[in-house]
Design a protein around this ligand. Structure first.
Ligand SMILES: [Zn+2]
Ligand SMILES: [Zn+2]
Length: 418
């Protein structure tokens, strides 16, 4: 037997998955976000330039497609969607900003598969491109909070926020951080962090080693080393969230694992998910447009929702969600090959009237056909034998009450729609 690739999954029932997508379309649509789609295949360079050379995604987790000798272009399976969305914005010369868009689909990262974590996973991505004001950040975060709390009735989550300052704040802060990381206080940080310290110092905060994380609690905080504008925006972000009744906690070592973030970063987390507890994360990426070749900066903010993790969180709440029930099923049963054509014609009439209909075309006894209809969850069965064919009737059985009657074929749709 050939098995599926490690870290991927088959969805044999998409009703729950589609419910989440439908709710997202409805909710983000109401906030005037348009749905877009970008390719799964992208140039490797797009992510090298945007995510940062020393991020885990670039150094360890990319699925790079083997190059053919005659082609020089390096292609990968997209590890995330923000860089793609920005590429699409720049490449298509979108003129109207803020460009509010969302998309959903597969992302790929070569990680160790674990609970709620796959190598091919699914995300909903939401971006506001061309959004200078910090109030956009508030609007986006509030929209997400309402999505989880009101649309999906999640009650076991928290919102963590932090502020990373602007490009002007970074050099002085990096120096302070470097001094801390080379001091006695930071003795014992892991080897990875020692490399990060020299190559891409902010990434030390991504370390999953608990000992490192404990040391970093005492590290200089970015929010204490920001310019006046950043301080005002950071304050405004918190004030506005409070006024909109969005609860949050400030987590000063939250940096998110990608280089393109600045200013606002945030995560929605739940303890129900264990150590890797974020199911949605995002932030501001004001310099990304230029990184991928735009002539001008284009301040923007976005977020990604992990669909698998959201499904894990909602697993026990499915009953409270109004997931659409499948339509009542009508099963047409021709008793022999001689009734097949008539059965297909009757099914065609029912389907044209908007009734969910299936036809049993195996040569079986009535008894085993009834058993099969039961397994299929049929609401009605429609038996067509020799006598029904001759008399232009159908014998209908209500599978719930067990009652049965024979009616004229011409009255069928009215009877079933009644
Ligand atoms: Zn600043
Ligand atoms: Zn470390």
């Amino acid at each position: 037997m050939i098995s599926r690739i490690k870290g991927t999954q088959d969805f044999l029932d998409l009703s729950f998955y589609n419910f989440i997508i439908d709710q997202a379309k409805d909710h983000f649509g109401a906030y005037h976000f348009d749905e877009i789609s970008t390719p799964i295949l992208e140039p490797v360079e797009l992510f090298q330039r945007s995510l940062g050379e020393h991020t885990d995604v670039i150094t360890k987790e990319m699925f790079i497609i083997q190059e053919h000798a005659e082609r020089s272009e390096a292609i990968c399976l997209r590890p995330e969607a923000t860089a793609s969305t920005m590429r699409a914005f720049v490449e298509n010369g979108v003129q109207v900003t803020p460009w509010k868009v969302f998309s959903h689909g597969s992302m790929f990262r070569y990680e160790r598969p674990q609970k709620g974590r796959y190598r091919e996973f699914h995300q909903i991505n939401i971006e506001i491109i061309g959004a200078q004001s910090v109030s956009h950040d508030v609007h986006l975060i509030t929209m997400l909070e309402r999505f989880f709390a009101e649309k999906l009735h999640l009650d076991t989550f928290a919102l963590a926020i932090n502020y990373l300052g602007c490009a002007n704040d970074r050099p002085a802060y990096r120096e302070k951080l470097y001094a801390f990381l080379t001091s006695k206080k930071a003795e014992g940080i892991c080897e990875n962090c020692q490399v990060r310290r020299e190559k891409n110092i902010m990434r030390v905060f991504d370390c999953k080693n608990p000992k490192c994380q404990e040391i970093y609690l005492k590290a200089p905080k970015i929010i204490e080393h920001m310019c006046q504008t950043c301080n005002q925006e950071w304050q405004s972000l918190q004030d506005q969230l409070q006024l909109l009744s969005v609860s949050f906690v400030v987590r000063t070592n939250l940096v998110r694992g990608l280089d393109y973030y600045n200013k606002t970063v945030f995560e929605f987390v739940s303890n129900d998910l264990g150590a890797q507890n974020a199911f949605c994360g995002g932030g501001r990426y004001d310099s990304l447009a230029k990184e991928i070749g735009a002539k001008q900066d284009c301040p923007s903010i976005g977020a990604a929702i992990g669909i698998e993790r959201l499904m894990l969180l909602l697993e026990n709440k499915k009953a409270q969600l109004s997931i659409a029930q499948p339509k009542a099923l009508h099963v047409v049963m021709p008793m022999g090959a001689a009734q097949h054509t008539l059965a297909l014609m009757i099914a065609d009439t029912l389907l044209a009237a908007g009734l969910c209909t299936d036809v049993l075309l195996e040569q079986d006894s009535v008894k085993s056909m009834m058993r099969q209809a039961n397994r299929m969850g049929a609401a009605y069965t429609l038996v067509i034998g020799d006598s029904e064919q001759q008399e232009k009737t159908v014998t209908i059985k209500n599978m719930i009450t067990g009652t049965q009657e024979t009616i004229k074929q011409i009255e069928l749709v009215n009877y079933l729609k009644r």
